[in-house]
Design a protein around this ligand. Structure first.
Ligand SMILES: Cc1cc2nc3c(=O)[nH]c(=O)nc-3n(C[C@H](O)[C@H](O)[C@H](O)COP(=O)(O)OP(=O)(O)OC[C@H]3O[C@@H](n4cnc5c(N)ncnc54)[C@H](O)[C@@H]3O)c2cc1C
Length: 363
């Protein structure tokens, strides 16, 4: 396996728990690592309008999350603070609320056999459920499927879990060469050669360069996100898409979507826009001290959907990439890892193969 961020660690954990012999080569904390800088939502309510396969995959993952959290706690003693009490997407204008309504109705219709319930709440109905909202809030959408974890505990739990199941973890092992033949992969990292009959490439943004070496295609780009963290306060708010309270009390305020190349520094004007919206949403935040801010780079495909595939040229090489690695951790640890162990990805994942990007552009 190449890559020990959230995607690689979840799949590695899933393979090791099935008894497979796993070696995880990871550049580690020096690398660009979205796993260290994310918001920690297990978010369902906006995933997949127009793409039922993505909606179902996300929902499957959120349904399996309670089991993953319990299993990780039992195996490793690390509690990743998973909660699934539903989530609110707060709207500050009528337009925002109307767009949410339309999107959620598309999701409800396309959900098929999987029921999809949602609520659209006006200011009054929301204020009864979330009394601290500000007067400018127009309303919110709510679904019961959304949840959250502590993302750093999650990464730690997955790493501890794969070690507990006998996997080998090699940190500071930046892979610089892959020599591929069907079911025979030679991988060079830090001057050491490794051989394996199967390869999973899950190196986040690093997959872009490595993929062609194994007959895979990962046209990924960085999308920057910035987050603010406050001092700890007494439990105050339920889960919302842009402001959440961590188990220890700190509030996270997020998170921007910016095309900034590989620049992962923070920008004051973006942070102040996040803070301003947060104060309009919850006026009590005006009195709460900010203590930290950071930026991290999302791993984004051209259409924002995951990329999952097995190499046609070099069978045995798999690629896994997505921009919601927290949400999809249970899908990666269970059905994705089970498919890799069987040696074939299921038809339900065919929609996510990179050949969808091969469509020639119109003249
Ligand atoms: C601001 C922000 C907020 C987010 N919020 C959420 C959220 O609320 N919910 C959610 O589901 N997702 C969220 N995400 C996305 C989530 O963090 C990512 O989907 C996830 O971290 C991607 O996992 P990954 O393993 O593909 O990449 P990363 O986590 O970036 O890890 C890549 C790994 O590959 C390794 N690597 C790279 N190149 C090499 C190489 N050549 N050799 C060996 N190892 C290599 C690195 O060391 C690293 O460990 C957010 C992301 C950001 C940036």
């Amino acid at each position: 396996m190449i890559g020990g961020g959230l995607v690689g660690a979840a799949i590695g954990y899933g393979l090791a728990r099935q008894g497979l012999k796993v070696t995880l080569l990871d550049e580690g904390d020096v690398a660009l690592r979205a796993a260290r800088g994310n918001f920690g939502l297990v978010w369902v309510q906006s995933k997949g309008p127009g793409v039922p396969e993505y909606q179902h995959w996300t929902r499957l993952s959120s349904d399996r999350w309670p089991g993953l959290a319990a299993e990780l706690r039992e195996t490793t003693g690390v509690d990743c603070a998973h909660e699934r009490r539903g989530g609110f997407a707060i709207c500050l204008t009528e337009d925002e609320l109307e767009q949410r309504r339309q999107m959620l109705e598309v999701l409800r219709r396309q959900a098929g056999a999987v029921e999809f319930e949602y609520e659209i709440l006006d200011h009054g109905a929301l204020a009864r459920r979330v009394p601290l909202i500000g007067p400018e809030v127009v309303g919110a959408s709510y679904t019961p499927y959304d949840g959250a974890v502590h993302p750093l505990y999650l990464l730690r739990a997955l790493h501890a879990g794969l070690l507990r199941h006998g996997a080998r973890y090699e940190p500071n092992a930046r892979v610089n060469a892959v020599h591929a033949a069907p079911h025979d992969f030679r991988i060079e990292a830090r001057g050491t050669a490794h051989a394996a009959p199967r390869l999973v490439l899950a190196a986040g943004l690093g997959s872009r360069e490595l993929a062609p070496l194994a007959g895979l295609h990962a046209p990924l780009r960085p999308v920057r996100g910035q987050i603010l963290a406050t001092e700890r306060v007494a439990p105050a708010i339920p889960l919302t898409q842009k402001i959440r309270q961590m188990s220890e009390g700190a509030l996270l305020i997020g998170d921007s979507f910016e095309e900034a190349g590989y620049d992962d520094s923070t920008a004051p004007q973006v942070l102040s826009a996040l803070a301003a919206r947060a104060v309009r949403t919850f006026p009590f935040l005006r009195e709460v001290q900010l203590v930290r801010s950071w930026a991290a780079l999302r791993v984004m495909s051209p259409d924002g959907l995951p990329i999952y595939e097995q190499s046609a040229r070099f069978p045995g090489a798999f690629l896994a990439s997505c921009h919601s690695g927290v949400t999809l951790a249970a899908a990666h640890a269970y059905p994705y890892a089970e498919a890799v162990a069987r040696g074939a990805l299921p038809d339900e994942l065919a929609r996510f193969a990179s050949r969808r990007f091969d469509v020639p552009k119109a003249a």
